[in-house]
Write a protein that binds this ligand. Structure first.
Ligand code: DQA
Length: 151
């Protein structure tokens, strides 16, 4: 099963960006961790990061067309991008929203995510381990039912 792990703006700077908040794991390490976790779980994990909103929208459309599950850290877009939320609403398979930091314990403008209402579930504040937990959840969910073509 294909799972897209999609990351929004500035997450490519992990490992050097506000290490007190986001930790020392680099983006390259995060990619390796997600791919390795996927391999252990029998998932085909594709990890991407972008600073361009239209690129993320295109990737979400791709996942929607394929019926693929998504682990998404929308980063700053979480807090205001209705376009990202609308693209997430197109997804047919589960969407797990992940935040490395506990957005509820930070500045008030981070407390609300416009994406959460269209996500299957949200993990925040558990560091990069949140990505691993999201992948575990997706691997453990029952296989989608085959369409009934008997009629
Ligand atoms: C973040 C939290 C957001 O508020 C912030 O803009 C990010 C990262 C997180 O992973 O904790 O870039 O999504």
């Amino acid at each position: 099963m294909r799972v897209y792990v999609l990351n929004g703006p500035n997450l490519g700077r992990l490992g050097t960006r506000q290490v007190d908040v986001y930790g020392l794991t680099s983006y390259a390490d995060l990619v390796t961790m997600c791919v390795d976790t996927g391999r252990e779980l029998g998932l085909d994990v594709v990890v991407r990061q972008t600073d361009a909103e239209h690129e993320l929208l295109g990737w979400l459309h791709e996942a929607a067309d394929e019926g693929a599950a998504v682990v998404l850290n929308p980063a700053a877009w979480s807090h205001y991008s209705i376009a990202v939320r609308d693209a997430c609403a197109l997804l047919r398979a589960p969407l797990v929203e992940v935040h490395i930091s506990n957005i509820h314990a930070r500045e008030e403008f981070r407390h609300h995510s416009v994406v959460s209402a269209v996500a299957t579930g949200v993990i925040c504040g558990l560091g990069v381990d949140g990505y691993r937990l999201a992948l575990r959840h997706l691997a453990a969910r029952p296989a989608p039912e085959a369409p009934d073509r008997s009629a």
